[in-house]
Design a binder for this molecule. Structure first.
Ligand code: PEP
Ligand code: MG
Length: 545
């Protein structure tokens, strides 16, 4: 057995086979399917979706250089070419394979056939075959993921994974995630944590591990490669013990979140999409304190439409059954890039065009999202929240765009209601004007992940800073206190929604600062609630400290 020591991004124990993912070399694994007709239908549907998309892109390309529309026309040509579709359908029917696998194999066979032909027209055709196959695989939905896991749950290992890639994985088939790069508060780690998946980073991973067996210990940050049967048995016992401890915590689920001296503090959950809602209920969160809506925009060819967004937010509003859910508007840019937004390369993306700045620059996209959130608010208790605010002028612009979105809905006779608005405090500038911002909002939510990186001037994802990056830095804690006091002076509630909110060693400190709510990944809701109920904030208790 070999032992590799790294860092833990989320605890838990897992053992199983490794799937090594190398970007650009992904492969949809073969597995036999039972329902050939279902697979053929999925292919036809994907084909129609891609054709619709290309027609839409063609319409939008009007007035743009001819090469743009030529490209889309050529892709449509491949899509409508009977020999291409027939080859895929034939393979599904004759070999009982998934549509994704058939597309991938047909693509590879065609490329292999033409690979030695140098004629530019053939080279172009190969390029379009690649592109159209990619679009079809993506349009297939979950089975289209770049990382296709096969039927047996695996430990996913990669040099690094970006948020769009994580979004594509079928979480029920993942036992654990291990990467070389990353950090506790990178968006990729936040996502695996939200999905409840034991995760390690800072391990020197190796492609040759693919298919081997490993144990992941998310408590100690260790990966054991090729463990013996004895060790596997031992870890199975630890895994069972781990599960029992978690079940013990579940007993807290239905009792109220009140400190020993009677103060009620809400514990909300942070989610990436409506897929995480089952965990919100499972762990008994009081609501959703942060939905990172930008994930809906990643891994796509175009930004989602108002209706698509509306359907998601309505699901969220209805599923919460009256509990509050806060939708954060798009926080794209930096490590969350949507290609179709064409963000020019930046020397320092973390300090670049991201969050509200980027949203205000893409007014149409932003307004479309606002319309969708306001519409969905009609069906439940939604709030809206703005990321990366650093000035009051940004609030003026937001107000103006919200008015325009509402006017649009009124003109279409679509019902909506006013929503509570929150401002994220993630920049030192926002800390310094927190009171003025609170006067313009209904609540403040402190995003300590970004606030820490901008306060310490340390990129939250930079692995070489991992031992220096300190989110417990007194400057950060002092800022949190300042913001809570500023918000309260303006008569508004203040939450913390950065990862630090889940740190039980700080729960009492935050409560003593007067925080009104903490929003954490679903699996951390119960540990925080346990501490909260054991805390006494009365003066008598303070004297005892
Ligand atoms: C934060 O910055 O603390 C936050 C909650 O937002 P994100 O982690 O998505 O940047
Ligand atoms: Mg942030």
């Amino acid at each position: 057995m070999e032992i590799y020591k790294g860092k833990s991004a989320f605890p838990g124990i897992a053992a199983g086979k490794i799937l090594f993912f190398a970007r650009e070399e992904y492969e949809i694994r073969w597995h036999s399917i039972k329902d050939v007709h279902k697979e053929l239908d999925s292919f036809e549907k994907a084909k129609k979706d891609v054709a619709d998309l290309l027609l839409k892109l063609l319409a939008e390309a009007e007035g743009k250089p001819a090469s743009v529309s030529k490209n889309y026309k050529a892709q449509l040509d491949v899509l409508m070419d009977h020999s291409y579709s027939d080859a895929i359908c034939g393979m599904i029917e004759n070999q009982a394979v998934s549509a994704g696998y058939a597309i991938q194999t047909t693509r590879d066979e065609l490329i292999y056939t033409f690979q030695n032909l140098e004629a530019p027209v053939i080279r172009e055709r190969i390029r379009h075959i690649r592109e159209i196959s990619f679009k079809l695989i993506r349009a297939l939905g979950t089975s289209s993921a770049q990382i296709v896991l096969g039927e047996e749950p695996v430990i996913l290992i990669a040099e690094e994974l970006n948020p769009a890639e994580i979004l594509e994985i079928e979480k029920n088939n993942i036992l654990a995630v291990v990467t070389s790069h990353g950090s506790e508060i990178s968006h990729s780690s936040i996502m695996t944590r939200t999905m409840n998946i034991p995760s390690l980073f800072n391990i020197n991973v190796d492609k040759d591990w693919d298919g081997k067996t490993a144990i992941v210990d998310g408590y100690t940050g260790t990966l054991y490669l090729n463990p013996s049967d004895e060790q596997l048995k031992e870890y199975e016992l630890r895994r069972q013990e781990d599960l029992r401890e978690r079940e013990e915590l579940m007993k807290l689920k239905d009792s109220p979140d009140i400190t020993l001296d009677g103060k009620e503090v809400n514990v909300y959950a942070n989610i990436g999409s409506v897929d995480d809602l089952s965990n919100v209920d499972y762990y008994g969160a009081d609501g959703v304190g942060l939905m990172r809506s930008e994930f809906q925009y990643l891994g796509k060819d175009r930004s989602p439409s108002e209706n698509e967004l509306f359907r998601e937010y309505r699901k969220l509003a209805e599923a919460m059954k009256g509990r509050n859910a806060v939708v954060r508007t798009i926080d794209l840019g930096a490590d969350k890039k949507a290609d179709y937004m064409r963000i020019p390369p930046e020397t320092n993306p973390i300090m670049g065009n991201r969050g509200i700045r980027l949203a205000l620059d893409h007014r149409e996209v932003f307004e479309e999202q606002l319309r969708a959130i306001y519409r969905a608010g009609w069906y439940g208790n939604l709030s809206i929240m703005f990321p990366m605010i650093s000035s009051l002028e940004e609030m003026d612009e937001i107000d103006e765009i919200i008015s325009s979105a509402k006017k649009n809905l009124t003109s279409r006779s679509i019902p909506f209601r006013d929503l509570r608005r929150g401002v994220m405090i993630e920049t030192p500038a926002a800390v310094m004007i927190a009171e003025e911002l609170a006067e313009r909002a209904d609540f403040l939510s402190i995003g300590t992940n970004d606030l820490t990186q901008y306060t310490l001037a340390m990129d939250r994802q930079n692995p070489s800073l991992k031992d220096k990056y300190n989110d417990h830095h007194p400057a950060v804690l002092k800022m949190i206190k300042m913001v809570i006091e500023a918000g309260h002076r303006a008569g508004k509630r203040v939450y913390i929604c950065g990862e630090i909110a889940a740190e039980t060693s700080l729960t009492e400190t935050f409560l003593r600062m007067g925080v009104d709510a903490l929003s954490v990944v679903p699996a951390c809701v119960l540990p925080v609630r346990r501490i909260l109920r054991e805390t006494d904030l009365s003066e008598r208790a303070a004297e005892r400290i």
